[in-house]
Design a protein around this ligand. Sequence first.
Ligand SMILES: Nc1ncnc2c1ncn2[C@@H]1O[C@H](COP(=O)(O)OP(=O)(O)O)[C@@H](O)[C@H]1O
Ligand SMILES: Nc1ncnc2c1ncn2[C@H]1C[C@H](O)[C@@H](COP(=O)(O)OP(=O)(O)O)O1
Ligand SMILES: [Mg+2]
Length: 189
Amino acid sequence: FTASFVLMSGGPGSGKGTQCEKIVAKYGYTHLSSGDLLRAEVASGSERGKQLQAIMQKGELVPLDTVLDMIKEAMIAKADVSKGYLIDGYPREVKQGEEFEKKIGAPALLLYVDAKAETMVKRLMKRGETSGRADDNEETIKKRLDLYYKATEPVIAYYEKCSIVRKINSELPVDEVFAIVEKAIDELK
Ligand SMILES: Nc1ncnc2c1ncn2[C@@H]1O[C@H](COP(=O)(O)OP(=O)(O)O)[C@@H](O)[C@H]1O
Ligand SMILES: Nc1ncnc2c1ncn2[C@H]1C[C@H](O)[C@@H](COP(=O)(O)OP(=O)(O)O)O1
Ligand SMILES: [Mg+2]
């Protein structure tokens, strides 16, 4: 892959998908959301989709190989039209970051949208009123948050070693968060 990789990280409900949409609209990056890819597999009704659904409903992580293969396939499918890849929801554990680097490449930037646990829960409960997502319920949200602090936050420390992390306060209104995101992306060029 010759295009650059930008990672979007943050807890569940921190605003990753919201900011990614705005990045795509302004910069034309190819958005690859691991959660969206997994939900598409679930929607297909395949046997594999059924297994994935059960894991996601419990708020757990699906196997690394499954999610990395899906991302890589989606990247290849869009290889010739992409200015850059915006990867949303991956890596969710340090091992996923290591495998990404081995099989795909080194990311240029990690955008870390940071919100308080209380804010994330509130947003997810609200999202759950309309999302239809099996994991937007109180019980699963709690498990996802626990797992986020245990498995995903260490990913940020891992990338801080190579100085590509930009921490962004996502307690702010969407457009204010995006103004900070824009600055970080513009500095890449
Ligand atoms: N900065 C923000 N302020 C208020 N609400 C937000 C903000 N960013 C996102 N939201 C809302 O919070 C919910 C979760 O956002 P989403 O982008 O789906 O997060 P994630 O992809 O990280 O789970 C959505 O309903 C979204 O509209
Ligand atoms: N990189 C990854 N590794 C393992 N499981 C993942 C994954 N990305 C997503 N999943 C699974 C577990 C998550 O709880 C679920 C939903 O992910 P998501 O759509 O990225 O959530 P959100 O955007 O609300 O943070 O899908
Ligand atoms: Mg999302």
